[in-house]
Ligand binder design. Structure first.
Ligand SMILES: N[C@@H](CCC(=O)N[C@@H](CS)C(=O)NCC(=O)O)C(=O)O
Length: 333
């Protein structure tokens, strides 16, 4: 992709575990990029300036295309920067990689992990943060609510550690796909567990430590070692203020050309239909509106904003709801 920093701008904040998936990927590949740091709570005027209401982090722009959701971002980086891609190459390994993604993100392992944030953490005494996360998750973030969820969350996470120890890592391999360096499958499997390991007080060490799960903890350490080296060698991300990032995006060309509409999509949507789209697992109160210009089994793409100044925003097809907007029964086209 043309333009400075490969035309990439990553919107994130540093303690976001979902954003780390993307940061690690970029570092392991040594891809140069720019970043636009965001506050950990709303409002996010830098995204509003792009016309985006989607509230979750990370988002990644490549040229004038913006990708929401780390799942889609990783897929697109694989596809648009194929030289030295980190993804699996044969169908069996691709299946493992995909199942790991679904396991952590859509089947709720990370959701359980987030319920292990200790209720004593100072951030949870900040009413602004608590209110923001209640908006995100539609569940109470009171100390009582968090403590009540802990036993079930712990059971789920323990079973995750056990699963990795006794299956994928059981034969003593260094990396999930038996490669000589970490691949995307390692990122898909490790990020939730690495995050919990670094979050003071999240894991009860008498139950979950290198003693019970030596292979998992050695893998986490090995991964961090490789990551630190890769970060030291990779180009340092260029930091952009929101207005500069927006100008870069608005002035860039589109990263992707031929976007078609999947005729077999169950919604039967037409090219150009005015729709709104939002995630159904969290952040569901924040809807984006635009004209549908691409739809496949992998993604939905909206044109948001004016013809000249607008951008294309991409969302994963799964985990999102698309609704046609109508006025008096007619599509507002
Ligand atoms: N499925 C999404 C989930 C993203 C997500 O939940 N991100 C968290 C940060 S780790 C978030 O946005 N939290 C609320 C916020 O920052 O607004 C993805 O893979 O990107």
């Amino acid at each position: 992709m043309d333009g400075p920093n490969n035309g990439i701008v990553l919107y994130h904040y540093s303690f976001s575990p979902y954003a780390r998936r993307v940061i690690w990927y970029l570092a392991l590949r040594g891809i140069d990029y720019a970043e636009c740091k965001q506050a950990p709570v709303l409002p996010r005027p830098d995204l509003k300036a792009l016309g985006i209401n989607y509230r979750r982090i990370p988002l990644l722009a490549i040229g004038r295309d913006v990708y929401c959701d780390s799942r889609l971002i990783l897929r697109k980086l694989e596809e648009l920067f194929p030289d030295g891609a980190l993804g699996a190459s044969n169908p069996e390994e691709k299946a493992i990689q995909k199942f790991l993604e679904i396991w952590a993100v859509e089947s709720g392992v990370f959701n359980r992990a987030s319920q292990l944030i200790p209720s004593s953490m100072p951030l949870l005494n900040d009413p602004k943060f608590v209110k923001d996360r209640e908006d995100l998750t539609s569940r109470p973030w009171s100390k009582e609510g968090i403590d009540a969820n802990r036993p079930e969350a712990l059971a789920a996470i323990r079973s995750g550690f056990q699963f990795l120890e006794s299956t994928l890592l059981a034969d003593g391999r260094d990396w999930v796909l038996k490669t000589d360096r970490p691949t995307l499958a390692d990122i898909e499997a490790i990020w939730t567990f690495d995050w919990l390991n670094g979050l003071k007080g999240a894991l009860p060490r008498d139950l979950i430590s290198a003693k019970q799960y030596p292979k998992v903890f050695a893998w986490i350490e090995r991964f961090n070692g490789v990551l630190q080296k890769a970060k030291a060698q990779a180009p340092k991300p260029t930091s952009l203020k929101g207005d500069v990032a927006a100008q870069r995006i608005f002035n860039a060309s589109f990263a992707e050309k031929d976007l078609g509409i999947d005729q077999a999509d169950p919604l039967g949507l037409r090219q150009g239909a005015l729709v709104e789209i939002y995630p159904i697992d969290s952040g569901s109160r924040h809807h984006d509106t635009g004209h549908l210009i691409g739809l496949s089994q992998d993604e939905a793409v909206l044109h948001i904003g004016s013809e000249e100044k607008g951008i294309r925003v991409h969302y994963p097809r799964t985990g999102f709801r698309i609704k046609t907007l109508t006025v008096g029964g007619e599509s507002k086209l």
